[in-house]
Design a protein around this ligand. Structure first.
Ligand SMILES: *Cc1c(COP(=O)(O)O)cnc(C)c1O
Length: 408
């Protein structure tokens, strides 16, 4: 057996090695501090970031907020749901995309995912629709776009709103549009590990003027700044981004195109270097789509690779590659908040409003989810990977896969 390549320290998105933060952010920050105005209701940094974000995405409106979680909450608040309304979402996502549904008194209904991508599909979403469905959330996981043509068709046919969770998919494309700009509302996160970051932060986008006004109010305790006879029009929180954060966000936005180009180039280079390996399915964009590689997910067939994703992941971890077999360990509905319905006191509200079938979280209802999570091995990725880093990963994966190969 050939010796494994020497351990290598890869750039990490958790610190300066894997992030593009520097003089540009400092200069913008200094401008914000010099202005003495740190609230976005009076300052320029957040407003300017919002305008440029909307323009880059090709939509009419963008609103900055405090997190991706806030962005999802704002999108739902804009839709003015009734308690007990159903929101069809994915079994494989960040809790920040689910908690807002419950806070808004709605019922998250989990669609199964394609085991080869961990994305919801038009068929898996359609199977979970009911007469109470008001919203579909399409989550572009790992930077890979969902089938937006199919999802838009379903949403349109049933008069259901479509929210895109693009937190992991900056500048990914479906056809000639950037994701986040294809649904009624788009949500983004600026958390530490996303394509661009302010540590914490988020953005909501829409093309619709009425929804835009609802989002703008929802960010601001439902107070319509700048309008005649303002009043607190409905129940809403303060989700405003500070000018300090907006300044950094503006500088990060200027780097986004280069960041995504670097990620795509290095990820495609890894795909070419790995070629065809028995039992490994490498990430690729769907026909007509562009993948923006938040991560590099590999799907491992345990009948061809001894021990599957867990064993392959353990080998790579020995080499210093901080990969994640199973990604989220378990589907969201297996977390305590769902299993024990720990919401508001002991009320279990809003689960108490749900149709029993909407809460069918049995294994049998989620074959794609269980199979996909069992097989996925998520390789960390970022824009600072050099050619030598990609060579190192390629060699480590090849060696590990060949040492675990099950003869066909
Ligand atoms: C990160 C993330 C969120 C939540 O964003 P935060 O900024 O962490 O609140 C929501 N959805 C997805 C798909 C994410 O990856």
């Amino acid at each position: 057996m050939k010796p494994m390549p020497a351990r290598r320290e890869l750039p990490s998105d958790q610190n300066a090695t894997g992030r593009c933060l520097g003089a540009e952010e400092l200069a913008e920050l200094e401008g914000a501090i010099d202005s003495g105005t740190l609230t976005p209701t009076k300052g320029q940094a957040v407003r300017s970031f919002e305008g440029r974000f909307a323009e880059q995405l090709g939509v009419a409106h963008a609103f900055a907020c405090t997190s991706g979680t806030a962005a999802v909450h704002l999108a739902l608040m804009a839709l003015d749901l009734e308690p007990g309304d159903e929101v069809v979402t994915t079994s494989v996502t960040d809790m920040g995309a689910l908690a807002p549904i419950l806070f808004q008194g709605a019922i998250p209904v989990f669609a199964d995912v394609d085991p080869e991508t961990l994305l919801v599909t038009p068929a898996s979403v359609e199977a979970r629709l009911s007469e109470r469905t008001r919203v579909i959330i399409a989550t572009h996981l790992f930077g890979c776009p969902c089938d937006m043509e199919g999802l838009r068709r379903i949403a349109g046919a049933h008069g259901i709103a479509l929210i895109e969770d693009a937190a992991q998919a900056y500048l990914a494309r479906w056809g000639d549009r950037l994701v986040g700009g294809l649904g009624d509302l788009g949500c983004f996160s600026l958390q530490q590990g996303k394509h661009i970051t302010t540590g914490e932060g988020g953005v909501v986008t829409t093309d619709d003027a009425e929804l835009a006004r609802r989002v703008r109010l929802s960010v601001n305790k439902a107070w319509p700044y700048g309008e005649a006879n303002p009043d607190h029009e409905f129940l809403a929180l303060n989700y405003r981004m500070s000018e300090l954060v907006g300044a950094v966000a503006g500088a990060q936005l200027s780097k986004l195109a280069d960041v995504v180009a670097a990620r795509v180039e290095s990820a495609e280079s890894l795909t070419r270097k790995l070629g065809e390996l028995p039992g490994l399915r490498l990430p690729r964009a769907p026909e007509g789509g562009v993948h923006s590689y938040w991560k590099y997910p590999v799907f491992v067939d345990p009948s061809r690779v001894q021990g599957g994703a867990v064993a392959l992941g353990a080998r790579l971890q020995e080499q210093g590659i901080a990969c994640a077999p199973r990604y989220i360990q378990k589907p969201a509905f297996r977390c305590r908040v769902f299993q024990e319905r720990r919401t508001f006191g002991t009320s279990q509200w809003p689960f108490t409003l749900a149709r029993p079938e909407a809460l069918d979280w049995s294994d049998a209802a989620f074959p794609g989810t269980w199979r996909g999570l069992e097989r996925v091995l998520v390789l960390p990725w970022n824009e600072r990977y050099a050619a030598e880093d990609v060579d190192f990963i390629a060699e480590a994966v090849r060696e590990a896969a060949s040492s675990l190969e099950v003869a066909a």
